[in-house]
Design a protein around this ligand. Structure first.
Ligand SMILES: [Zn+2]
Length: 233
């Protein structure tokens, strides 16, 4: 679905017919709005694709482009321009939402580079596709214990019982897994720098590391969510 744009394809502006590359929202020559461009999300903002992104610049470009695309500016424009202002705005919002979030940005850029990320790919290539295949090896035991305790807690709640000891044990576990999430995020940030500045081979190695960090992150996140759902409310 996603594809890296090797080089920007020149297209003729619909209004002034001067050629420009197809990743721009506005014609550099006559400033007229263009149909939604075919580049990646980074190019929407004129940014170089990288993981350690300048968020200030991203936000600045987002607000600038949002203002330029505002429907009020197209009140007397042709119908096609009105439609493009809506379509370009939708694209801009999607792009901004994806790039400003560190995890979404990482997943997006790695997918552009062919990485397979997500629930459906986790544990891929293993014979047993049961849940256990996705558990990070070092968390097997703790995850098992936690799931037992969660089950116990659910039963207790169903019976209308309270179990303060179990409750506090689960809260402790949640704290620990929250800490593990912080570790994953810190490791990801370290890999961003390797990926952004590395050679092709370093980048591939770093990409593999990040894919497994993202799997680990999703797994821990699910555990934390289960604890919150069971303990809270
Ligand atoms: Zn033009």
């Amino acid at each position: 679905m996603l594809k890296v744009l090797d080089s920007a394809v020149p297209v003729a502006c619909w209004s002034c017919a001067v050629a420009h590359n197809d990743v721009t929202l506005f014609c550099p020559h006559c400033s007229k709005i263009q149909p939604p461009p075919g580049g990646d999300y980074f190019s929407v903002f004129g940014l170089v694709p990288q993981l350690d992104l300048d968020l200030g610049m991203l936000e600045h470009q987002f607000h600038k482009l949002s203002r330029k695309l505002h429907p009020d500016r197209f009140a007397r424009a042709q119908d096609n321009e009105k439609q493009w202002s809506l379509a370009d705005t939708a694209l801009l919002n999607d792009a901004y939402r994806t790039l400003k979030d560190p995890i979404r940005r990482t997943e997006y850029l790695l997918k552009l580079h062919g990485a397979e990320i997500g629930e459906e790919h986790a544990g891929k290539g293993r014979k047993d596709q049961k849940d256990v295949s996705r558990v990070p090896a070092d968390l097997l035991e703790e995850a098992f214990d936690l799931n037992m305790q969660l089950e116990e807690m659910r039963m207790a709640k169903k019976m209308g019982d309270t179990d303060p000891e179990l409750q506090s044990s689960l809260e402790q576990a949640k704290k620990k897994f929250d800490g593990l999430l912080d570790d994953v995020d810190r490791d990801l940030r370290t890999q961003w720098k390797v990926w952004d500045s590395g050679s092709e081979s370093a980048r591939q190695e770093s990409q593999k590391t990040m894919v497994s960090l993202l799997d680990r992150r999703r797994y821990i996140n699910n555990l934390v969510r289960d604890v919150t759902e069971t303990v809270g409310a």
